[in-house]
Design a protein around this ligand. Structure first.
Ligand SMILES: Cc1cc2nc3c(=O)[nH]c(=O)nc-3n(C[C@H](O)[C@H](O)[C@H](O)COP(=O)(O)O)c2cc1C
Length: 184
């Protein structure tokens, strides 16, 4: 049976470079990977008053996560951290609270790619995200790291990844991530 990997983009923007990169990961996924792109757009801003009984949008979000062996997150950087929409999606599915390390996210190996139209590859966001994943008990692939700068130049007018160097990095990340997932 194929291994399900859930791809999450940290941007809801129609022309998001992060989502373009996430789609490129999907197009270049190895044959035995069932790559699915998460829809986090229906989640309102987290409010503990809304969490029980679990609303439909939360049940739907959890149903997207449940079959996933692994998670692949492409994140932009907002003010040197992760965008609220990504933190919101992680927070919602971490509730209702479980003992540390035993929630829905726990033990799902995760790969991270930072993406920015500017410089520094969303480095700050990637490392803030690693801190959050630690608490959620999500083993994060350490190497290769993945930081895409000047991202807008790497795609054609149809949003297809055309830059050969970035394509090589995408393939390299998949190859290590597949081996990493097998360890869990
Ligand atoms: C609130 C906000 C803060 C931002 N802060 C950063 C930043 O710290 N580093 C960076 O490289 N880009 C920053 N940017 C620019 C984003 O990289 C740019 O908007 C990018 O296109 C967002 O990703 P997306 O195309 O996937 O939506 C910021 C953008 C916004 C809206």
């Amino acid at each position: 049976m194929d291994t399900v990997v859930l791809g999450i983009s940290g941007s809801l923007r129609k022309d998001s470079v992060s989502t373009k990169l996430l789609r490129a990961f999907g197009e270049r996924a190895p044959k035995n990977i069932d790559f699915r792109i998460a829809d986090i757009s229906r989640l309102p801003i987290y409010n503990q008053d809304l969490e029980l009984p679990e609303p439909d949008y939360l049940l739907d979000w959890k149903r997207q996560i449940e079959p996933a062996k692994g998670i692949l997150i492409v994140t932009p950087e907002y003010n040197r951290s992760i965008p609220p929409v990504l933190k919101n999606a992680l927070d919602w599915a971490s509730r209702p609270q479980m003992p540390p390390g035993r929630g829905l996210w726990a033990n799902r190996p995760t790969a991270i790619a930072g993406c920015t139209p500017y410089t520094l590859g969303a480095f700050g966001a990637v490392h803030h995200l690693r801190q959050v994943l630690t608490f959620l008990n999500m083993p994060a692939l350490q190497q290769p790291e993945f930081y895409l700068s000047q991202a807008a130049e790497k795609f054609d007018a149809n949003g297809k990844l055309t830059d050969p160097t970035t394509i090589k990095f995408v393939d390299g990340l998949w190859s290590e991530f597949v081996k990493f997932m097998e360890r869990f």
